[in-house]
Design a protein around this ligand. Structure first.
Ligand SMILES: NC(=O)c1ccc[n+]([C@@H]2O[C@H](COP(=O)([O-])OP(=O)(O)OC[C@H]3O[C@@H](n4cnc5c(N)ncnc54)[C@H](O)[C@@H]3O)[C@@H](O)[C@H]2O)c1
Ligand SMILES: C[N+](C)(C)CCCC=O
Length: 505
């Protein structure tokens, strides 16, 4: 039972945890892999130790999970919104109560700092609480027609939804997808990233404890093959995917074959515009928030930082000073602000981007190197020092591609018109940001940037009441906010005749 894992968390330290529990969950319980073959090791990023083994689910297991979800859907969808809300509020309460333990487990599997993981878990229970609040408000419309006839609309669930997650926010992504899905009366089968399989199953147990019907939120483990089984399954009505653009395109293609609805939360290369009239200290803090959360592995990061030429020297001096001061190391220590990247291949990829940037003419102002903490147990961890790149140009690889690591590219600009054009010159469109004291300029820039979110005078805050999602290749559909109800429900129109049929035949 996972409770035993969570119960060991208060005393757990980096490098001491091993997980042997089954990580699949359907029919209201953890389910052992049918065959213990094709095992993949799951690593603790801060040490490089093997944390557990992952056994990918095959077609029979995926089918079992989906059938269990469908049976639960038939019960759950018949409840009143307020009845669903009560169960969801209880789930939110349990998460809040266990927040520190769940956060610790998340850190051990993901490598991010405990301070950040605690915020992630808070955002997760807030999301469930928020959609519990909306569950009782779902309603249709009454439309009066001639002759006493009328029509009404019903907001109905879709059925079994599949959720496919990335590894950077494992618990939070599972909550962002399941909360609106369940509020609308759907069931969900969730597949976490094979690199972070551990905490989604804790969420499944909490939903069960809160009182959802067995099977309502299931977890199947695996990678591309298991994900594609979900996308192809005829009993799946919708796929909500978080991950890279190339995988998102495949998910859309597979889902199209079954005419399934799709939400795609994909990658980005977001611009952050800092004008010379900005409050500089806030702009610098914003640039750090835009680049270094979760070791830079954040989809909406503002990694192209455009700074108006007149304030470039002061900006660089301050941003470099603060970047060098980021406490880097054991992610379970309260003072640490940056932990380890998710994997050795990811670390190597990010370091290659820094090398390539240097070759293309960028100047490394700080960081960009592998980092070996002095604590011996962290020697095998996937750490690197956060990096600020100067002398960047729009045509450089580091400015064009999503690096997904702690690398900030800084570029000068002169005019508003010029910087908007350059900021929009990308196939991505997830987020953007602007720092200025000029209120008219702030809103003009927000209007003209081609992105799903524009932060004014801040960056990377994500209240659950606010919709989140992309433009262009960064995807479509939204998570969070009221609008997401529309992505997890469908509208039925009922037309009622009160008199005789006026037939043409
Ligand atoms: N927009 C957002 O909300 C958001 C949030 C987090 C991460 N991301 C993006 O995710 C990427 C990093 O995450 P990642 O490396 O896990 O992405 P990824 O695309 O490699 O994998 C994402 C998920 O898709 C699964 N998958 C892989 N191939 C599949 C296939 N053929 N069919 C079905 N499922 C498949 C993976 O197992 C994983 O669960 C970055 O590009 C990042 O920007 C976006
Ligand atoms: C919570 N953040 C920081 C807005 C990240 C959302 C998910 C993106 O990777």
């Amino acid at each position: 039972m996972s409770q035993s894992i969570l119960d060991t968390m208060p005393g757990a330290t980096t490098g001491t945890v091993s997980i042997t529990d089954s990580l699949n969950f359907w029919d209201g319980k953890r389910v052992k892999p049918r065959e213990e073959k094709n095992a993949e090791p799951v690593f603790e990023p801060a040490t490089g130790r093997v944390l557990c083994q992952l056994f990918p689910c095959g077609s029979e297991e995926v089918d079992e999970a989906i059938k269990s979800a469908h049976a639960a859907y038939q019960k759950w969808s018949k409840l009143a919104g307020m009845e669903r809300a009560r169960v969801m509020l209880e789930a939110a309460r349990i998460i809040r109560e266990r927040r520190d333990k769940i956060a610790k487990l998340e850190v051990i599997n993901n490598g991010k700092s405990i301070t950040e993981a605690q915020v992630d878990i808070d955002i997760a229970w807030q999301c469930i609480e928020y959609y519990a609040g909306l569950a009782g408000t779902l309603a249709g419309q009454h439309i009066q027609l001639p002759g006493g006839a009328f029509a009404y609309t019903r907001r109905e669930p879709l059925g079994v939804c599949a959720g496919i997650g990335a590894w950077n926010y494992p618990f939070q992504i599972a909550a962002w997808k399941s909360a609106p899905a369940l509020a609308c009366g759907n069931a969900m089968v969730f597949k976490p990233s094979p690199m972070t399989p551990v905490t989604a199953v804790i969420l499944a147990e909490i939903y069960k404890e809160a009182g959802v019907p067995d099977g309502l939120f299931c977890v199947v483990q695996g990678g591309a093959e298991t994900g594609s089984l979900l996308c192809h399954h005829p009993m799946v009505a919708k796929v909500s995917f978080t991950g890279s653009v190339p995988t998102g395109k495949k998910v859309m293609e597979m889902s199209a074959k079954g005419v399934k609805q799709v939400t795609l939360e994909l990658g980005g290369k977001s611009p952050l515009l800092i004008f010379k009239d900005s409050e500089l200290e806030n702009a610098v803090k914003g640039a750090l928030m835009a680049n270094f959360l979760t070791q830079g592995q954040v989809c909406c990061n503002g990694t192209r930082v455009y700074v108006q030429r007149e304030i470039m020297p002061q900006f660089l001096e301050e941003v470099v000073k603060r970047t060098k001061a980021i406490p880097l190391g054991d992610p379970l220590l309260n003072d640490t602000r940056m932990g380890a990247l998710i994997s050795k291949p990811q670390l190597d990829k990010v370091l290659r981007y820094v090398d390539q940037a240097k070759k293309e003419g960028a100047k490394v102002l700080c960081g960009g190197d592998p980092f070996v903490p002095s604590d011996p147990k962290l020697k095998g961890g996937y750490f690197m020092s956060p990096c600020v790149l100067d002398n960047c140009r729009d045509d450089m690889t580091c400015v064009k591609e999503e690096i997904f690591g702690p690398v900030m590219s800084v570029l000068p600009f002169d005019t508003e018109e010029e910087v908007i054009k350059r900021a929009n010159d990308t196939t991505f469109g997830l987020a953007s940001g602007v720092f200025t004291r000029d209120i008219a300029r702030a809103h003009r820039v927000a209007e003209n940037l081609e992105a799903g979110t524009c932060f004014i005078n801040n960056y990377n805050i994500s209240p659950v009441e606010v919709p989140f999602g992309g433009y262009k290749n960064s995807g479509f559909g939204r998570e969070n906010g009221q609008v997401t109800i529309e992505y997890y429900s469908q509208l039925k129109t009922v037309v009622v005749e009160m008199g005789d049929v006026d037939s043409l035949f």
